[in-house]
Design a protein around this ligand. Structure first.
Ligand code: SAM
Length: 347
């Protein structure tokens, strides 16, 4: 059996290695140990997986990015049978675990969002700080950000940018996008950033670049991140053993809200007003057995800026049967379906 120290510490990450966020807190909750099976739904550079392997647990790691799977093969070889590294979406984590022979697991951890490697590689098109193709697809497959900005109707763009980017001036941005694409279709990140900068000039007091919110919206939309997260929570509920832990680290309010609403619903009980007829007699499938919301320490935020906005929510699975997947608990906005925005799709 491999000892943790046998795994070299420099085998994951490239020139800008991804620093795992809130790793100590994740481990404190998961309590990985020999004989336990943990799903790491967001393998990335393998930061969490590596630490869980070091604690002698078995890991089923998932990533939708082919680069992450390719770079993780070294760790698979070193883990000597204790790491299943699977290409796929975490919305299907229960099916993936079953496929590799684990119909019930002791823990599920999700570290939502993009990795430093994805952000730093200009050709992935996630960042407006460097020029690259306007892509943003984590899986390197399907509808790209350029397809969306070139083909979506203006009112669909306004809703996507307003809701997923929380951009107050979404209609100004979408009008500028539609006007610009009539002259030249979008193909690069800087092309889009410049169009946004022109209609939303940066003021001295602005902390962030004016394109930040639009880029966030396109990334969430192209990767269907909110639907993926909601489905992953339902999948975790189905695959966790009684006493198993679900741990989710998020980085912005849209994601955190989904996790919060899920746990609120799954903690069960009567959550209606005491003046109205009871509205929720659901049995509890999760229990809060400790401090359910944890933020990164100031010390971690000082050394890793990504940790500043991190929120960790977790709960322990009860023995009761999983509820059906019901998206109404999240109150999702009605956005145009992604399929159809491929090059030459509807406009
Ligand atoms: C923030 S990084 C995870 C970093 C990791 N915890 C570490 O310590 O190295 C998120 C990773 O999750 C992957 N990812 C995001 N959404 C996904 C999804 N729906 N299904 C599978 N992988 C996903 C991304 O491709 C990315 O590699």
């Amino acid at each position: 059996m491999m000892k943790g120290d046998d795994i070299p510490h420099d085998i994951v990450g490239g020139p800008a290695p991804h620093i795992p966020v809130m790793l100590n807190e994740v481990l404190d909750v998961l309590e990985p140990a020999s004989g336990k099976v943990i799903i790491d739904g967001t393998f990335g550079a393998g930061g969490y997986t590596k630490a869980i392997l070091e604690a002698q647990a078995h890991v089923i790691a998932i990533d939708r990015d082919p680069n992450a799977i390719r770079d993780g093969q070294v760790l698979v070889d070193q883990a000597q049978g204790r790491l299943d590294l699977e290409s796929g979406e975490f919305s299907e984590l229960d099916q993936i675990a079953e496929r590799v022979g684990h119909p019930a697991v002791d823990g599920v951890v999700l570290d939502i969002g993009v990795s430093s490697m994805q952000l730093d590689e200009a050709e992935r098109g996630f960042s407006f700080q460097q020029d690259g193709p306007l892509d943003m697809r984590m899986a390197q497959d399907g509808v790209s950000a350029a397809d969306v900005v070139n083909n979506a109707a203006q009112n669909d763009l306004t809703r996507i940018i307003g809701i997923l980017g929380e951009e107050k001036k979404a209609s100004v941005v979408s009008r500028a996008i539609v006007r610009a694409r009539e002259a030249v279709p979008f193909s690069t990140t800087l092309q889009l950033a410049k169009v946004i900068e022109k209609v939303l000039p940066r003021k001295a007091k602005d902390r962030i670049h004016p394109a930040t919110r639009t880029f966030q919206a396109l990334r969430i939309y192209v990767n269907q991140e909110l639907q993926q997260l909601a489905n992953a929570l339902f999948a975790a509920e189905r695959i966790l053993k009684a006493g198993g832990k679900l741990v989710v680290v998020t980085f912005h309010s849209l994601e955190d809200r989904i996790v919060k609403l899920f746990f609120k619903d799954r903690f069960g009980g009567d959550q209606g007003s005491r003046h109205l007829p009871a509205v929720n007699h659901k049995h509890a499938t999760f229990a809060a057995t400790g401090k359910n919301l944890i933020k990164a320490t100031q010390g971690e935020a000082d050394v890793n800026p990504r940790a500043r906005s991190a929120k960790l929510r977790w709960a322990e699975r009860t023995a009761d049967a999983a509820h059906p997947a019901d998206f109404s608990i999240f109150g999702f906005p009605n956005l145009a379906p992604l399929a159809g925005f491929e090059a030459g799709g509807r406009a």
